[in-house]
Design a protein around this ligand. Structure first.
Ligand SMILES: *[C@@H]1O[C@H](CO)[C@@H](O)[C@H](O)[C@H]1NC(C)=O
Ligand SMILES: *[C@@H]1O[C@H](CO)[C@@H](O)[C@H](O)[C@H]1NC(C)=O
Length: 354
């Protein structure tokens, strides 16, 4: 088994880049959609590759999360080749990265299980087809449900404790419900696994001899592709970013948001699927954020630059040692000349009065 590189703190900071909806085809021959007429001529998947390289150079992330449609089903004649090209810049950078599947990925030469297995074996990928630690041996629906623990800085008293937990879930592709075609949803088996991991992490914390470890929350964030139905409710609420597309998700509400509210440690959800929504809004204490469309071969809006989201976790320092994650921020980078940084906001602040 290959060893998994986990993201490492840069002093007190950890930068995650979020890439949603690359819709990668076969490279130079896959043309751009919805760009200005003047931009069309030389525009292809290679522009997506270039944007990913520029993002990595500019933000120097410590981890990259792809909440995909990573590859673009029908226009991909060879899934393996497309995946290698799509994730190429991440692999070249040597940074750990993870991915979940969207609803388009499987429409080419590999099924969902095959795709996730392939992705899990790629260099520097932390992705897993499904949890390796599944004590109860229960069945888990979908492919690509896994978690990644971010331990405290090496040498510190938090070195053996996960201080920040990243969860990845498979939100499926399409399903027929009572004769009607709808999008997939996250199943009870997946939520039950999530609850289990969360309980285990919180239990380990409570068992620690270290008072600070016990006292300080270890927040989590979740990545999946298809939004939860509640995101539509944010239409007339206070949001940061743009809501330009109705939230078409599954007709089935399987209680993902309520599960997150009840387990308590997950503070934010990051999804893709709608390429021209890029907002974050809060419902019952959980942030629900879109990545914003990244890929040029995917639909978008001409004149509205492709974009990526960045998430920053910051460790706080007590009198003389790290206390844990005290702040999580997010912003977006546009694929314009200056890689403009927009919509910076705070998602979590544990010690706001300090
Ligand atoms: C795509 O890349 C080509 C070649 O570098 C460039 O001329 C073109 O402007 C790019 N298109 C967009 C929409 O960025
Ligand atoms: C972390 O675990 C390693 C290996 O078991 C041990 O040597 C080290 O002392 C532990 N560090 C802390 C802070 O508990």
């Amino acid at each position: 088994m290959k060893s998994i590189t986990t993201p490492k703190w840069r002093q007190s900071l950890l930068y995650l880049a979020l890439v949603a909806d690359m819709h990668y085809g076969m490279g130079m021959t896959s043309r751009c959609r919805n760009v200005m007429a003047t931009e069309f001529e030389y525009c292809s998947d290679l522009n997506t590759t270039r944007f990913l390289k520029r993002m990595i150079e500019a933000e120097k992330p410590d981890f990259i999360a792809f909440t995909e449609d990573n590859i673009c089903g029908k226009s991909t004649t060879d899934a393996a080749e497309s995946l290698l090209k799509a994730f190429g810049p991440a692999i070249e950078s040597g940074l750990p990265w993870g991915a979940v599947l969207g609803n388009h990925d499987q429409k080419s030469t590999m099924n969902r299980q095959g795709l996730m297995h392939f992705i899990s074996l790629m260099d520097y990928s932390v992705a897993q087809t499904n949890p390796s630690i599944n004590a109860a041996k229960q069945h888990i629906d979908g492919f690509g449900n896994y978690d990644l623990k971010v331990y405290g800085p090496p040498g510190s008293h938090l070195a053996n404790n996960s201080v920040f937990n990243l969860f990845f879930l498979d939100s499926g592709d399409r399903e027929i419900v009572q004769g009607v075609s709808t999008y997939g949803w996250i199943r009870e088996s997946q939520l039950s696994w999530l609850r289990g991991v969360s309980e285990q992490l919180q239990g380990q914390k409570q068992d620690s001899n270290d008072e600070l470890v016990r006292a300080w929350p270890a927040p989590g964030i979740v990545f999946f592709h298809i939004p939860v139905p509640e995101m539509q409710e944010l239409y007339d609420k206070e949001i940061v970013g743009q809501f330009q597309q109705a939230v078409s998700c599954s007709k089935v509400n399987s209680g993902v948001l309520q599960t997150l509210v009840s387990i308590g440690d997950v503070k934010a959800v990051f999804v893709g699927h709608h390429h021209t929504n890029d907002f974050c809004g809060n419902i019952e204490g959980i942030w629900l954020c879109y990545g914003g469309g990244f890929g040029y071969h995917a639909y978008g809006r001409a004149g509205w630059p492709r974009r990526a989201r960045v998430i920053l976790a910051e460790l706080g320092k007590g009198e003389n040692e790290w206390v844990g994650v005290e702040r999580i921020k997010t912003w977006k980078r546009l694929a314009d000349e200056k890689l403009s940084k927009i919509d910076e906001q705070v998602l979590l602040e544990v010690w706001p009065s300090r």
